[in-house]
Design a protein around this ligand. Structure first.
Ligand code: ATP
Ligand code: LTN
Length: 349
């Protein structure tokens, strides 16, 4: 039995039979090209999950509408295609996984409304991302507050067991569970309870120019040198890493290291694979310049094939659009029965 079948979807955190593969779901917003933090915190895990999981990956374009002042319709459409191409370029296989764009299915928006009706407002006002993104804005759209409910709809539509994300998304996955528990309590056991999968190392890559804040797309748009974009050319990558903020010390250590040095060591560890002790031992007696060169080397080695595959995929006329259309059809085959179950339980439709 697949975990997507209704009988398995009974408020449980694991599939009901030993053979059932856990369902994985995750997504990224098409708000520009992706950076190293997204790759190390999320995408790399997704590629691993596809080996033995039943995975669904989404380009969450409805989430990209929550700050209306920033919507550029043509750009958004193109960004959906670019993020899809990046998913493929990092190694996600469109045959093994369901990969699609959120707005191609009406089920996500429809389930959001149904979930809105069981979600207390106080839960949404508490979200740290809402507080951060609404701060200093004169007017905030309802969509920004409702953002995590749309995210809950994404996850719950696919009877998801595991949600591989970076550290900043933990609170949203907890909220998804809370909404699912409340719904199940009110209307019967309809939803599976998902769990976040956050990597041990690399779950929170910090900005190179300001290592006390998370590397983020929104900051990267305003400041060169904040992030390494996955599609940056070699010179730009090298420049950003060699200019990364460290501290006035010289010796490479991990314990008591400043946030900038710790961030560089973390990036090195995620891509190099060796334990931190071995990495620090290698740099004994060396300075930050050597550390930065080593980081630039592993980052460039990791990004080169991604950039090449991305260019090849984008050069194929119609390729990305066809894959998106096929992915939407497969996604609908899972999402539509879940939505019917929810409507049946609530007495509508
Ligand atoms: P924005 O700044 O527009 O909010 P973002 O840079 O945070 O965007 P998202 O598209 O929101 O990127 O994130 C996609 C995925 O990547 C999420 O799972 C998120 O947790 C993860 N992620 C984003 N930034 C980092 C980071 N700096 N370190 C580790 N994981 C990250
Ligand atoms: N909020 C997430 C993107 C997102 C997501 C999801 C992640 C939207 N829906 C469902 C996991 C599962 C972010 O990374 N900013």
């Amino acid at each position: 039995m697949s975990p997507s079948e209704p009988a398995a979807a009974t408020g449980t955190t694991s599939p009901t039979t030993a053979e059932a593969r856990p369902r994985v779901f995750s997504g990224v917003q098409p708000t520009g090209d992706l950076h190293l933090g997204t790759y190390l915190g999320a995408l790399r895990q997704w590629v691993e999950h596809q080996q033995d999981r039943d995975s669904v990956f989404c380009v969450v374009d409805l989430h990209a509408l929550t700050i209306p002042e920033e919507i550029d319709p043509q750009r958004l459409r193109e960004d959906v295609r670019r993020v899809m191409a990046l998913y493929l370029a990092v190694g996600l296989d469109p045959e093994r996984n369901v990969i699609f764009a959120q707005s191609h299915l009406h089920e996500h928006a429809e389930l959001t409304w149904l979930l809105n009706c069981v979600t207390p407002l106080g839960w949404l006002y508490r979200m740290t991302q809402f507080k951060a993104k609404s701060e200093g804005r004169e007017s905030v759209g309802t969509g920004l507050l409702d953002y995590p409910v749309l995210q809950a709809a994404d996850i719950l539509l696919y009877d998801t067991n595991v949600v591989p994300v970076g550290d900043d998304q933990r609170q949203h996955i907890e909220l998804t569970r809370d909404i699912a528990v409340r719904f199940n309590h009110l209307f019967g056991e309809v939803f599976v309870l998902p769990e976040a999968a956050v990597p041990e190392v690399g779950a929170r890559i910090m900005g190179l120019d300001e290592p006390t804040v998370k590397m983020s797309k929104s900051v990267a748009r305003q400041r060169a040198g904040h992030a390494v974009n996955l599609l940056d050319d070699e010179r730009t990558v090298r420049k950003a890493i060699m200019s990364a903020v460290t501290d006035s010390g010289r010796e490479v250590r991990f314990e008591h290291a400043s946030p900038g040095v710790r961030n560089l060591l973390t990036i090195l560890q995620t891509l190099d694979g060796r334990p931190m002790d071995a990495i620090v031992a290698e740099f004994e007696g060396k300075g930050y310049g050597d550390l930065k060169k080593a980081v630039a080397g592993v980052v460039l080695d990791a990004l080169r094939p991604i950039r090449e595959r991305f260019d090849a995929i984008m050069a194929e006329p119609g390729g990305v659009d066809e894959l998106l259309a096929a992915g939407a059809e497969r996604a609908r085959a899972i999402a539509a029965p879940t939505l019917s179950r929810v409507k049946e339980a609530m007495g509508v439709g």
